[in-house]
Design a protein around this ligand. Structure first.
Ligand SMILES: Cc1cc2nc3c(=O)[nH]c(=O)nc-3n(C[C@H](O)[C@H](O)[C@H](O)COP(=O)(O)OP(=O)(O)OC[C@H]3O[C@@H](n4cnc5c(N)ncnc54)[C@H](O)[C@@H]3O)c2cc1C
Length: 342
Protein backbone atom coordinates (compact mmCIF):
# COMPACT_ATOMS: atom_id res chain seq x y z
CA UNK A 1 0.00 0.00 0.00
CA UNK A 2 1.36 3.46 -0.89
CA UNK A 3 2.16 6.11 1.78
CA UNK A 4 -0.68 8.59 2.30
CA UNK A 5 -0.19 12.06 0.83
CA UNK A 6 -0.91 14.51 3.66
CA UNK A 7 -2.55 17.83 2.87
CA UNK A 8 -4.66 20.54 4.47
CA UNK A 9 -7.30 20.31 1.77
CA UNK A 10 -8.17 17.82 -0.92
CA UNK A 11 -10.38 19.19 -3.68
CA UNK A 12 -12.33 16.64 -5.69
CA UNK A 13 -12.76 18.12 -9.15
CA UNK A 14 -10.54 20.62 -10.98
CA UNK A 15 -13.39 22.41 -12.76
CA UNK A 16 -13.61 26.23 -12.56
CA UNK A 17 -15.00 26.15 -9.00
CA UNK A 18 -12.36 23.70 -7.73
CA UNK A 19 -9.66 25.85 -9.33
CA UNK A 20 -10.91 29.10 -7.82
CA UNK A 21 -11.12 27.39 -4.41
CA UNK A 22 -7.33 26.90 -4.62
CA UNK A 23 -6.98 30.69 -4.76
CA UNK A 24 -9.26 31.40 -1.81
CA UNK A 25 -7.69 28.62 0.30
CA UNK A 26 -4.19 29.69 -0.72
CA UNK A 27 -4.76 33.27 0.46
CA UNK A 28 -5.52 31.76 3.87
CA UNK A 29 -2.36 29.59 3.88
CA UNK A 30 -4.00 26.24 3.21
CA UNK A 31 -2.13 23.72 1.05
CA UNK A 32 -4.17 22.01 -1.60
CA UNK A 33 -4.12 18.85 -3.71
CA UNK A 34 -6.72 18.36 -6.47
CA UNK A 35 -7.88 15.12 -8.07
CA UNK A 36 -9.76 14.96 -11.37
CA UNK A 37 -10.84 12.10 -13.59
CA UNK A 38 -10.11 14.09 -16.72
CA UNK A 39 -6.63 14.40 -18.22
CA UNK A 40 -6.90 18.19 -18.05
CA UNK A 41 -8.15 20.87 -15.68
CA UNK A 42 -11.26 22.99 -16.31
CA UNK A 43 -14.16 20.55 -15.92
CA UNK A 44 -17.12 21.28 -18.20
CA UNK A 45 -15.48 24.46 -19.60
CA UNK A 46 -12.48 22.51 -20.91
CA UNK A 47 -14.26 19.28 -21.81
CA UNK A 48 -17.63 20.41 -23.16
CA UNK A 49 -17.17 23.93 -24.53
CA UNK A 50 -13.51 25.04 -24.74
CA UNK A 51 -14.12 27.34 -27.71
CA UNK A 52 -17.55 28.69 -26.71
CA UNK A 53 -17.66 32.24 -25.38
CA UNK A 54 -18.79 32.91 -21.79
CA UNK A 55 -20.28 36.36 -21.23
CA UNK A 56 -21.21 36.33 -17.54
CA UNK A 57 -17.95 36.12 -15.62
CA UNK A 58 -17.91 39.35 -13.57
CA UNK A 59 -15.71 42.05 -15.10
CA UNK A 60 -14.70 39.83 -18.04
CA UNK A 61 -17.07 40.76 -20.89
CA UNK A 62 -15.98 37.80 -23.03
CA UNK A 63 -13.80 34.74 -22.52
CA UNK A 64 -13.82 31.23 -23.97
CA UNK A 65 -14.16 28.12 -21.80
CA UNK A 66 -10.50 27.29 -22.37
CA UNK A 67 -9.48 30.92 -21.83
CA UNK A 68 -11.18 30.90 -18.43
CA UNK A 69 -9.33 27.71 -17.43
CA UNK A 70 -6.01 29.26 -18.44
CA UNK A 71 -6.77 32.48 -16.53
CA UNK A 72 -7.69 30.48 -13.41
CA UNK A 73 -4.48 28.45 -13.68
CA UNK A 74 -2.48 31.71 -13.85
CA UNK A 75 -4.37 33.04 -10.82
CA UNK A 76 -3.65 29.97 -8.64
CA UNK A 77 0.00 29.61 -9.74
CA UNK A 78 1.45 31.42 -6.68
CA UNK A 79 -0.06 28.76 -4.42
CA UNK A 80 1.53 25.76 -6.17
CA UNK A 81 -1.36 23.32 -5.97
CA UNK A 82 -0.64 19.68 -6.83
CA UNK A 83 -2.84 18.11 -9.51
CA UNK A 84 -3.59 14.40 -9.76
CA UNK A 85 -5.25 14.04 -13.16
CA UNK A 86 -6.83 10.95 -14.74
CA UNK A 87 -7.67 9.71 -11.25
CA UNK A 88 -11.07 9.33 -9.65
CA UNK A 89 -11.66 9.71 -5.94
CA UNK A 90 -13.36 6.45 -5.08
CA UNK A 91 -13.73 6.44 -1.28
CA UNK A 92 -13.78 8.87 1.64
CA UNK A 93 -13.45 7.68 5.23
CA UNK A 94 -13.60 9.87 8.35
CA UNK A 95 -10.56 9.09 10.55
CA UNK A 96 -10.38 12.18 12.79
CA UNK A 97 -12.16 15.30 13.87
CA UNK A 98 -12.01 16.37 11.12
CA UNK A 99 -9.51 14.26 9.20
CA UNK A 100 -10.31 12.17 6.16
CA UNK A 101 -8.65 9.32 4.30
CA UNK A 102 -9.42 9.29 0.59
CA UNK A 103 -8.46 6.73 -2.02
CA UNK A 104 -8.39 6.98 -5.80
CA UNK A 105 -9.06 4.33 -8.41
CA UNK A 106 -5.30 4.42 -9.17
CA UNK A 107 -4.44 3.36 -5.60
CA UNK A 108 -3.34 6.76 -4.27
CA UNK A 109 -4.19 7.54 -0.64
CA UNK A 110 -4.66 11.03 0.81
CA UNK A 111 -5.07 12.23 4.36
CA UNK A 112 -6.79 15.61 4.35
CA UNK A 113 -8.05 17.80 7.15
CA UNK A 114 -10.70 19.21 4.82
CA UNK A 115 -12.44 17.80 1.75
CA UNK A 116 -13.98 20.09 -0.85
CA UNK A 117 -16.30 18.31 -3.25
CA UNK A 118 -16.31 20.36 -6.47
CA UNK A 119 -17.42 17.43 -8.60
CA UNK A 120 -19.86 19.37 -10.82
CA UNK A 121 -22.35 17.09 -12.53
CA UNK A 122 -20.34 14.11 -11.33
CA UNK A 123 -17.80 12.02 -13.16
CA UNK A 124 -17.28 12.22 -16.86
CA UNK A 125 -17.64 8.64 -18.09
CA UNK A 126 -16.79 7.40 -21.58
CA UNK A 127 -19.71 6.52 -23.82
CA UNK A 128 -19.70 2.80 -24.54
CA UNK A 129 -20.28 1.87 -28.21
CA UNK A 130 -23.27 -0.44 -28.79
CA UNK A 131 -21.20 -3.56 -29.55
CA UNK A 132 -22.61 -6.85 -28.21
CA UNK A 133 -20.36 -8.47 -25.57
CA UNK A 134 -17.93 -5.51 -25.34
CA UNK A 135 -17.97 -5.68 -21.49
CA UNK A 136 -15.94 -8.92 -21.61
CA UNK A 137 -13.04 -7.08 -23.26
CA UNK A 138 -13.11 -3.84 -21.24
CA UNK A 139 -9.97 -3.23 -19.20
CA UNK A 140 -8.01 -5.97 -20.99
CA UNK A 141 -8.18 -5.18 -24.68
CA UNK A 142 -10.84 -2.45 -24.96
CA UNK A 143 -9.80 0.84 -23.34
CA UNK A 144 -11.61 4.19 -23.23
CA UNK A 145 -8.59 6.25 -22.20
CA UNK A 146 -4.84 6.15 -22.70
CA UNK A 147 -3.12 6.36 -19.32
CA UNK A 148 0.29 5.01 -20.36
CA UNK A 149 1.17 5.01 -24.05
CA UNK A 150 3.78 2.30 -23.62
CA UNK A 151 1.05 -0.26 -22.86
CA UNK A 152 0.22 -0.06 -26.58
CA UNK A 153 3.76 -0.43 -27.91
CA UNK A 154 4.05 -3.02 -30.72
CA UNK A 155 0.31 -3.77 -30.60
CA UNK A 156 -2.17 -3.77 -33.47
CA UNK A 157 -4.54 -0.95 -32.49
CA UNK A 158 -8.04 -0.23 -33.74
CA UNK A 159 -8.98 3.35 -32.85
CA UNK A 160 -12.65 4.21 -33.39
CA UNK A 161 -14.12 7.72 -33.68
CA UNK A 162 -13.81 11.00 -35.56
CA UNK A 163 -13.30 13.57 -32.80
CA UNK A 164 -10.17 15.15 -31.35
CA UNK A 165 -9.44 12.28 -28.94
CA UNK A 166 -9.57 9.65 -31.71
CA UNK A 167 -7.38 11.68 -34.06
CA UNK A 168 -4.91 12.84 -31.38
CA UNK A 169 -4.35 9.29 -30.13
CA UNK A 170 -4.06 7.99 -33.68
CA UNK A 171 -1.22 10.45 -34.33
CA UNK A 172 0.46 9.84 -30.97
CA UNK A 173 0.27 6.06 -31.03
CA UNK A 174 1.05 5.43 -34.72
CA UNK A 175 4.84 5.73 -34.19
CA UNK A 176 4.97 3.15 -31.36
CA UNK A 177 2.20 0.71 -32.31
CA UNK A 178 2.79 -2.26 -34.62
CA UNK A 179 -0.06 -0.94 -36.78
CA UNK A 180 -2.85 1.59 -36.22
CA UNK A 181 -6.20 1.37 -37.97
CA UNK A 182 -8.56 4.32 -37.54
CA UNK A 183 -12.23 3.53 -38.11
CA UNK A 184 -14.93 6.19 -38.50
CA UNK A 185 -18.42 5.85 -39.89
CA UNK A 186 -17.93 8.64 -42.42
CA UNK A 187 -15.17 10.52 -44.17
CA UNK A 188 -15.87 13.76 -42.30
CA UNK A 189 -14.37 14.47 -38.91
CA UNK A 190 -15.18 16.66 -35.92
CA UNK A 191 -11.48 16.75 -35.04
CA UNK A 192 -9.19 19.71 -35.81
CA UNK A 193 -8.51 19.88 -39.58
CA UNK A 194 -4.75 19.90 -38.95
CA UNK A 195 -4.96 16.51 -37.17
CA UNK A 196 -7.12 15.11 -39.96
CA UNK A 197 -4.58 16.25 -42.57
CA UNK A 198 -1.73 14.66 -40.61
CA UNK A 199 -3.68 11.39 -40.34
CA UNK A 200 -4.38 11.40 -44.10
CA UNK A 201 -0.69 11.99 -44.78
CA UNK A 202 0.23 8.93 -42.66
CA UNK A 203 -2.32 6.85 -44.60
CA UNK A 204 -0.85 8.09 -47.92
CA UNK A 205 2.62 7.07 -46.69
CA UNK A 206 1.15 3.64 -45.79
CA UNK A 207 2.15 4.13 -42.14
CA UNK A 208 -1.40 3.45 -40.91
CA UNK A 209 -4.85 2.53 -42.24
CA UNK A 210 -8.15 4.35 -42.33
CA UNK A 211 -11.41 2.45 -42.82
CA UNK A 212 -15.06 3.53 -43.05
CA UNK A 213 -17.51 1.61 -40.90
CA UNK A 214 -18.91 0.79 -37.49
CA UNK A 215 -17.86 -2.05 -35.19
CA UNK A 216 -20.57 -4.74 -35.00
CA UNK A 217 -18.79 -7.49 -33.05
CA UNK A 218 -15.57 -8.54 -31.33
CA UNK A 219 -13.61 -11.79 -31.57
CA UNK A 220 -11.04 -13.35 -29.27
CA UNK A 221 -10.97 -15.72 -26.30
CA UNK A 222 -10.81 -14.79 -22.58
CA UNK A 223 -11.21 -11.04 -23.07
CA UNK A 224 -8.22 -10.89 -25.45
CA UNK A 225 -9.23 -9.33 -28.74
CA UNK A 226 -7.99 -10.85 -31.99
CA UNK A 227 -10.29 -9.06 -34.44
CA UNK A 228 -13.21 -6.66 -34.73
CA UNK A 229 -16.08 -7.19 -37.14
CA UNK A 230 -17.23 -4.06 -38.93
CA UNK A 231 -19.79 -2.84 -41.42
CA UNK A 232 -19.68 0.21 -43.66
CA UNK A 233 -22.86 2.15 -44.57
CA UNK A 234 -22.50 0.79 -48.10
CA UNK A 235 -20.66 -2.41 -48.95
CA UNK A 236 -19.80 -5.74 -47.36
CA UNK A 237 -18.95 -6.43 -43.72
CA UNK A 238 -15.24 -6.91 -43.00
CA UNK A 239 -12.78 -7.85 -40.22
CA UNK A 240 -9.94 -5.82 -38.73
CA UNK A 241 -7.25 -7.92 -37.04
CA UNK A 242 -6.29 -6.17 -33.81
CA UNK A 243 -5.04 -6.72 -30.24
CA UNK A 244 -6.60 -3.59 -28.76
CA UNK A 245 -9.60 -1.40 -29.51
CA UNK A 246 -9.74 2.22 -28.34
CA UNK A 247 -13.24 3.68 -28.87
CA UNK A 248 -13.49 7.47 -28.44
CA UNK A 249 -17.20 8.28 -28.55
CA UNK A 250 -17.24 11.21 -26.15
CA UNK A 251 -18.14 11.45 -22.50
CA UNK A 252 -21.32 11.58 -20.46
CA UNK A 253 -21.69 12.79 -16.88
CA UNK A 254 -22.73 10.40 -14.14
CA UNK A 255 -22.88 11.01 -10.41
CA UNK A 256 -20.28 8.27 -9.87
CA UNK A 257 -18.93 7.42 -6.43
CA UNK A 258 -20.18 10.66 -4.75
CA UNK A 259 -23.29 8.67 -3.78
CA UNK A 260 -21.25 6.37 -1.52
CA UNK A 261 -19.27 9.01 0.41
CA UNK A 262 -21.66 9.29 3.35
CA UNK A 263 -22.72 12.90 2.71
CA UNK A 264 -26.42 13.63 2.55
CA UNK A 265 -27.76 13.85 -0.99
CA UNK A 266 -30.92 15.49 -2.25
CA UNK A 267 -31.79 14.49 -5.82
CA UNK A 268 -28.11 13.61 -6.48
CA UNK A 269 -26.95 17.02 -5.16
CA UNK A 270 -25.32 17.86 -1.83
CA UNK A 271 -27.38 20.18 0.40
CA UNK A 272 -25.15 22.80 2.05
CA UNK A 273 -25.30 25.53 4.68
CA UNK A 274 -25.18 28.78 2.67
CA UNK A 275 -23.04 30.56 5.28
CA UNK A 276 -20.18 28.06 4.88
CA UNK A 277 -21.02 25.66 2.01
CA UNK A 278 -20.40 22.77 4.39
CA UNK A 279 -22.30 19.52 3.92
CA UNK A 280 -23.96 17.60 6.77
CA UNK A 281 -20.50 16.11 7.54
CA UNK A 282 -18.30 18.65 9.40
CA UNK A 283 -15.14 19.23 7.35
CA UNK A 284 -16.65 18.13 4.03
CA UNK A 285 -17.69 21.08 1.86
CA UNK A 286 -19.48 21.15 -1.51
CA UNK A 287 -19.17 24.00 -4.01
CA UNK A 288 -20.20 24.57 -7.62
CA UNK A 289 -22.73 22.56 -9.61
CA UNK A 290 -22.70 19.61 -7.18
CA UNK A 291 -24.39 21.49 -4.31
CA UNK A 292 -27.95 22.60 -3.71
CA UNK A 293 -29.64 25.25 -1.56
CA UNK A 294 -32.68 27.49 -1.97
CA UNK A 295 -32.14 29.76 -4.97
CA UNK A 296 -29.06 27.92 -6.27
CA UNK A 297 -28.00 28.92 -9.78
CA UNK A 298 -25.63 26.57 -11.60
CA UNK A 299 -23.36 29.38 -12.73
CA UNK A 300 -19.60 29.65 -12.47
CA UNK A 301 -19.91 32.94 -10.58
CA UNK A 302 -22.02 31.22 -7.89
CA UNK A 303 -19.27 28.63 -7.39
CA UNK A 304 -16.66 31.39 -7.04
CA UNK A 305 -18.67 33.05 -4.24
CA UNK A 306 -19.17 29.66 -2.57
CA UNK A 307 -15.42 28.98 -2.67
CA UNK A 308 -14.67 32.24 -0.85
CA UNK A 309 -17.09 31.50 2.01
CA UNK A 310 -16.03 27.85 2.22
CA UNK A 311 -12.39 28.89 2.73
CA UNK A 312 -13.31 31.05 5.73
CA UNK A 313 -14.85 28.08 7.57
CA UNK A 314 -12.14 25.65 6.41
CA UNK A 315 -9.51 27.96 7.97
CA UNK A 316 -10.98 27.39 11.44
CA UNK A 317 -10.58 23.62 11.06
CA UNK A 318 -7.03 23.82 9.72
CA UNK A 319 -5.86 26.53 12.18
CA UNK A 320 -8.17 26.11 15.21
CA UNK A 321 -5.91 28.20 17.44
CA UNK A 322 -5.65 31.20 15.08
CA UNK A 323 -7.97 34.17 14.62
CA UNK A 324 -8.87 35.01 11.03
CA UNK A 325 -8.56 38.68 10.12
CA UNK A 326 -10.43 39.73 6.98
CA UNK A 327 -8.17 41.51 4.46
CA UNK A 328 -8.32 42.93 0.92
CA UNK A 329 -5.76 41.89 -1.68
CA UNK A 330 -5.53 45.54 -2.79
CA UNK A 331 -4.30 46.77 0.57
CA UNK A 332 -2.82 43.82 2.48
CA UNK A 333 0.96 43.48 2.08
CA UNK A 334 0.81 40.01 3.60
CA UNK A 335 -1.70 38.82 0.97
CA UNK A 336 0.36 40.49 -1.77
CA UNK A 337 3.47 38.64 -0.56
CA UNK A 338 1.59 35.33 -0.88
CA UNK A 339 0.63 36.36 -4.42
CA UNK A 340 4.25 37.21 -5.20
CA UNK A 341 3.46 40.85 -6.10
CA UNK A 342 4.90 42.66 -3.04
C1 LIG B 1 -22.50 24.07 -23.00
C2 LIG B 1 -22.42 24.74 -21.65
C3 LIG B 1 -22.34 26.12 -21.58
C4 LIG B 1 -22.26 26.76 -20.35
N1 LIG B 1 -22.18 28.13 -20.31
C5 LIG B 1 -22.05 28.76 -19.12
C6 LIG B 1 -21.96 30.19 -19.06
O1 LIG B 1 -22.02 30.89 -20.07
N2 LIG B 1 -21.81 30.77 -17.82
C7 LIG B 1 -21.77 30.03 -16.66
O2 LIG B 1 -21.61 30.61 -15.58
N3 LIG B 1 -21.88 28.68 -16.70
C8 LIG B 1 -22.03 28.03 -17.89
N4 LIG B 1 -22.16 26.66 -17.93
C9 LIG B 1 -22.17 25.93 -16.64
C10 LIG B 1 -20.76 25.83 -16.07
O3 LIG B 1 -19.90 25.20 -17.01
C11 LIG B 1 -20.82 25.04 -14.78
O4 LIG B 1 -21.62 25.77 -13.85
C12 LIG B 1 -19.41 24.89 -14.20
O5 LIG B 1 -18.58 24.15 -15.07
C13 LIG B 1 -19.47 24.20 -12.84
O6 LIG B 1 -18.17 24.12 -12.38
P1 LIG B 1 -17.75 23.02 -11.30
O7 LIG B 1 -16.31 23.30 -11.01
O8 LIG B 1 -18.73 23.02 -10.20
O9 LIG B 1 -17.95 21.60 -12.02
P2 LIG B 1 -17.42 20.98 -13.40
O10 LIG B 1 -17.04 22.01 -14.37
O11 LIG B 1 -18.50 20.00 -13.79
O12 LIG B 1 -16.13 20.17 -12.96
C14 LIG B 1 -16.25 19.08 -12.08
C15 LIG B 1 -15.02 18.22 -12.20
O13 LIG B 1 -15.07 17.20 -11.19
C16 LIG B 1 -14.52 16.01 -11.69
N5 LIG B 1 -14.99 14.89 -10.89
C17 LIG B 1 -16.27 14.51 -10.65
N6 LIG B 1 -16.30 13.44 -9.82
C18 LIG B 1 -15.00 13.15 -9.53
C19 LIG B 1 -14.37 12.14 -8.73
N7 LIG B 1 -15.06 11.22 -8.05
N8 LIG B 1 -13.00 12.12 -8.67
C20 LIG B 1 -12.27 13.04 -9.36
N9 LIG B 1 -12.82 14.01 -10.13
C21 LIG B 1 -14.17 14.07 -10.20
C22 LIG B 1 -15.02 15.97 -13.14
O14 LIG B 1 -14.18 15.17 -13.94
C23 LIG B 1 -14.95 17.46 -13.53
O15 LIG B 1 -13.74 17.80 -14.18
C24 LIG B 1 -22.27 26.01 -19.14
C25 LIG B 1 -22.33 24.60 -19.22
C26 LIG B 1 -22.42 23.97 -20.45
C27 LIG B 1 -22.49 22.48 -20.50
Amino acid sequence: MSEPIKTDVLIIGAGPCGLFAVFELGLLDMKVHLVDILDKVGGQCAELYPEKPIYDIPAIPYITGQGLCEALMAQVKPFGPTFHLTEMVATIEKIGDPLFRLTTDQGKIFEAKIVVIAAGGGSFQPKRPPVPGIEAYEGTSVHYAVRKMDVFRDKRLLIVGGGDSALDWTLNLAPIAKRVTLMHRRDQFRAAPDSVNKMKALVAEKKMDFVLGQVTGLEGPGGQLTAALAKPDKGDPYRVECDVMLPFFGLTMKLGPVASWGVKLDDDLIPVDTATFESNVPGIFAIGDINTYPGKLKLILSGFHEAALMAQKAYHYVYPEKRLVFQYTTSSTSLQKKLGVA
